[in-house]
Structures are given as structure tokens and as C-alpha cells.
Design a protein around this ligand. Structure first.
Ligand code: PRP
Length: 204
């Protein structure tokens, strides 16, 4: 099924969702909730809001299925997809940190040599380790990363930190920050996207 209405994708639920919708509302775009539907029509423009898992968003945008999206820099860099960044937004600020247990013998990044690091960001971790000439075993998982050291799946983690509360709750402390991240407004190809009035609104 395909229609020609422009589509803007945002995270359905999580760190980015509320602020993304508030940002679009602040531009004057109003969307009509449609029960549990994951697509909402815009009241005042020929545009649909598509609610997605944040890690699926780069795929939708790079394939041109979504014309615009709001995504965290961390997810975009991890997925390594080619999209155009229209502008940086001032929310969803967080870091991607490697963290270790409070009582760990790992005191510096070099001490990660030969250790196991659990992460939902295997690509970014791989790049960091290669750049710093550290050989560690990357354990890719999908979530609840902070629990892996206490269950002895890993010796360290590489995960998103915002307030630091989740690290503290699991007696973990940051070792090194490998990325600072914030929300980005992205598109597949700014040249190709029509609807001048929307383009103007998003670019201004
Ligand atoms: C991240 C991360 C932590 C939490 C950290 O999850 O996995 O669980 O945020 O935030 P804090 O420092 O404020 O405690 P995220 O919300 O990105 O969802 P995810 O499960 O999709 O990774």
C-alpha cells in the first residue's frame, strides 16, 4: 500500500517521542490521534506522522519511505545509513558510555583488553575499540544492558547514559564517553523532497 502524502517518522515510545511531537507541534503541525494506529494525519498539511521504533527509523528514511524523521545521533551513527541531516535539535541529549562495575579492576580504557563488553551499539563500540587498538569481546544484545555485569554475561557495558540513574541502580560507573548525542532532524534527500511550504517550515 502506498500513497503520495509526505511522511515524517518519530519514535513511538521512549526518550525522543514526547519532545519530537512537541517540536513538530511548535512548528504549527497538528496531528490527529487515530486510536491505536501508528499513522496519524496532519490536520493542516498534506503530511502523515509515522510512529516507529527508533532503531528502525534510519532504514525507513534511507529507503525514502519516510521523507523526514527525528532520530538520535547515536542510532543514526550505529546504523551507518546515508541520510541528510537538516538540523540538530536541542533535546534527547545523552552520551554513549563504556561503564564498569564500581569495584572493577578495569580502571582505564586500555584495561578493557581481553574483557567482554555487552552493548546494543556493537558498531560504534567496534569503531571505538579499533581506533584505540583495544581487543575486547563485543557481546551484542537488545536491551537491559546494565544488568549484564552482575549476571556475569559481561565485564563492562557500552550503553546510553542520560541521567546516570540506571548505571547507579546497577552499581556501575562511567569509564569513558565514546559519543555525545542529541536529536537530529533528517531526510532522505533534501533536494528531492517536494512540498515547498513544508520544506521551508522544517528548514527555517
Ligand atoms: C537507555 C539505556 C538505559 C537508560 C539510561 O535506554 O539503555 O537503560 O536509557 O538512562 P538514564 O541514564 O537516564 O538512567 P533507552 O531509553 O535509550 O532505551 P533502549 O532500551 O531502547 O536502549
Amino acid at each position: 500500500m502506498k500513497n503520495n502524502r509526505l511522511k515524517i517518522a518519530i519514535q513511538k515510545k521512549g526518550r525522543l517521542s514526547e519532545a519530537s511531537l512537541a517540536f513538530l507541534n511548535s512548528l504549527g503541525l497538528k496531528f490527529i490521534p487515530n486510536g491505536h494506529s501508528l499513522i496519524q494525519q496532519c490536520e493542516n498539511m498534506d503530511l502523515d506522522l509515522v510512529l516507529l521504533r527508533d532503531d528502525d527509523i534510519p532504514e525507513y528514511v534511507s529507503r525514502g519511505v519516510a521523507d523526514f524523521a527525528i532520530i538520535g545521533q547515536n542510532i543514526l551513527l550505529e546504523k551507518q545509513m546515508r541520510v541528510d541531516v537538516i538540523r540538530e535539535l536541542d533535546f534527547a541529549k545523552c552520551r554513549l558510555d563504556i561503564a564498569v562495575p564500581e569495584n572493577s579492576t578495569i580502571k582505564t580504557p586500555k584495561d578493557l583488553e581481553g574483557e567482554r563488553i555487552a552493548t546494543t551499539y556493537p558498531q560504534l563500540l567496534k569503531e571505538y575499540l579499533a581506533k584505540n587498538n583495544i581487543n575486547s569481546a563485543i557481546i551484542p544484545i537488545k536491551g537491559s544492558v546494565e544488568i549484564t555485569p552482575e549476571l556475569n554475561l559481561a565485564d563492562a557495558i557500552c550503553d546510553v547514559v542520560q541521567t546516570g540513574n540506571t548505571l547507579k541502580a546497577h552499581n556501575l560507573k562511567p569509564l569513558v564517553t565514546i559519543l555525545e548525542s542529541k536529536a537530529l532532524l533528517i531526510t532522505n534527500n533534501i533536494q528531492k523532497v517536494g512540498k515547498e511550504e513544508l520544506k521551508e517550515l522544517l528548514l527555517k
